[in-house]
Design a protein. Sequence first.
Length: 87
Amino acid sequence: MKQILITGNGPLCGEVSVAGAKNAALPIIAASLLTPEPLQVSNIPGVRDISTSLQLLQLLGCAVERSGTDLIIHSRDVHSVHVPYEQ
């Protein structure tokens, strides 16, 4: 959808839900490694790239809590900088 055409002269009201964007979420997930504090983000899409990134963080030692589109990443206990290579 490129545009929304609104006709009439009355006031606008309501809500618009915007879907989460994978390309915005991936760098945020990676940035969780930069702080020992828990990182909480919302509206994370349930796509394979996100799941793979979360699995990689868990292999490094992060704790990941996911509930629907909400996500909490705990990076305080990162114990490795290497992940196994799968063929």
